[in-house]
Design a protein around this ligand. Structure first.
Ligand code: PLP
Length: 436
């Protein structure tokens, strides 16, 4: 499979180049040059297949010219090493729980696939690769844990100082070894901007091999489509129309769902659900797309004012804005609505939502209520509520028990360096780092 840049369809590269470069030289996002449509027989047999079997067939359809059957199997088995249960929350409303991985957030899927694929593609290379990551929370932990102790790879994580929950922070700052953390005096968008600038900096790229593991990387992005297939496989009523609501920030997760739909998965409608960082819902409602500074909210992993996957979403619809707006509806919710939804769902069903899942739930309900009886819906629960324990406890008046794999991070000590919000300071850090 070749990959083209969303800024220049004529610029095409191999899988290896797309994964190692992360971002195209013209700052475009890489996209598969063609999207294979899976055969009818695949969908007919979906309910009988395991998560790994589904993953194998989907990844083979995309990468069979690039990887051997054994490599694809290893990659899929490593990635899908934990379940993604589909839980019925109320009549016609299902929650796809994506938090059963090592860091309890959906980003574990992409991070595990990415680290494994990168190490496969780097076999035989002498130089070390440096993975640069900007995070608003969960990317850092998923990537750090996915790449921890992977030989030949150093990971450098930039995150906004004081804007990430303690638990999230501990999940990447306590590891050490090949995981290096920089606390930036700024917001997430500043971190992202510095990382993007580093990839475009000639001098840096001549001296070291830099790569990204953000959701812009195809190796992070593509494997996220696998759980949409798996969710559909377990829906009891296949004849009813299906709407899927995705709580979104950078829009990689939603894009992966659309990729699954383009590969033939019968999803009738998507909901782009956001907090007050609402540039995509506003675009879908007719406004021009314009990036805004990010706003801090309770669903902090979605506090993204300039969603980097936006042009990937458009590309999935062949840059046809009308088609995009027909297939995807956007809704946004403030913190008060988010808290109310958490309390209401707990009171009525006993189910505990985290603030991100609550935004997804709200978007789903808002859509479904407009079409009584017509749709069944799935919302994605992107993180375990224990990752946002202080909010969850306060809103629900409970003392949520943390899963053991979360508790173990809390006992570690934080290893970080502070970085001013300045590209030259970052560049110096990388040069010095290079001599170590
Ligand atoms: C990253 C993240 C999101 C947003 O996902 P995108 O792919 O960036 O839209 C939502 N919820 C949680 C918990 C996250 O960590």
């Amino acid at each position: 499979m070749k990959f083209y840049s969303t800024n220049n369809p004529g610029h095409k590269v191999s899988l290896k180049e797309a994964v190692i470069k992360g971002l195209a030289p013209d700052q475009g996002l890489y996209m598969p040059e063609s999207i294979p449509v899976l055969p009818r027989s695949f969908f007919d047999k979906l309910p009988e297949k395991s998560f790994q079997e589904i993953g194998y067939e989907v990844i083979s359809a995309l990468f069979k010219a690039d990887l051997s059957p054994k490599q694809i199997k290893d990659l899929v088995d490593h990635t899908l090493a934990f379940d993604a249960p589909l839980v019925k929350v109320e009549a016609g409303i299902y929650c796809l729980e994506l938090f059963h991985g090592p860091t309890l957030a959906f980003k574990d899927f992409g991070a595990r696939f990415c680290s494994k694929l990168m190490s496969m593609l780097m076999e035989g290379e002498k130089r070390k690769v440096r993975v640069l990551v900007a995070t608003s929370g969960d990317t850092g932990s998923a990537v750090a844990n996915g790449f921890y102790k992977i030989p030949g790879v150093e990971v450098i994580i930039l995150y906004p100082k004081g804007k990430v929950s303690e638990l999230q922070e501990k999940q990447f700052t306590t590891l050490g070894e090949n995981i290096h953390c920089l606390e930036v005096e700024g917001v997430f968008d500043d971190c992202q901007k510095m990382v993007k600038e580093a990839f475009l900096d000639k001098e840096l790229n001549e001296r070291m091999m830099l790569t990204s593991a953000n959701s812009i990387n195809v190796a992070r992005w593509i494997p996220q489509s696998l759980y949409y297939f798996y969710a559909y496989a377990r829906l009891p009523e296949k004849h009813k129309k299906l709407v899927v609501s995705v709580p979104s920030g950078n829009f990689g997760n939603l894009g992966a769902g659309i990729l699954a739909e383009r590969m033939g998965l019968p999803i009738d409608m998507f909901i782009a659900s956001t907090n007050l960082n609402k540039v995509v819902p506003e675009f879908l409602d007719g406004a021009p797309f314009s990036a805004k500074p990010s706003i801090q909210t309770l669903s902090n992993s979605m506090d993204v004012g300039n969603p980097s996957n936006f042009y990937r979403l458009l590309a999935l619809y062949n840059n046809d804005e009308n088609l995009f707006k027909e297939k995807v509806k956007g809704y946004f919710f403030d913190d008060e609505e988010t808290q109310q939804a958490m309390a209401k769902v707990k009171a009525e069903t006993g189910y505990i939502l985290d603030p991100h899942g609550a935004v997804g739930f709200l978007g789903l309900k808002k859509f479904i209520n407009q079409y009584p009886g017509e749709y069944q819906g799935i919302f994605l629960e992107t993180a375990h509520p224990g990752k946002f324990k202080s909010v969850v406890d306060e809103v629900l008046g409970i003392n949520l028990e943390l899963p053991d794999r979360l508790k173990k991070f809390l006992s570690g000590s934080k290893k970080v360096e502070v970085l001013e919000n300045d590209f030259d300071a970052f560049k110096n850090y990388l040069f010095e780092f290079n001599h170590v």
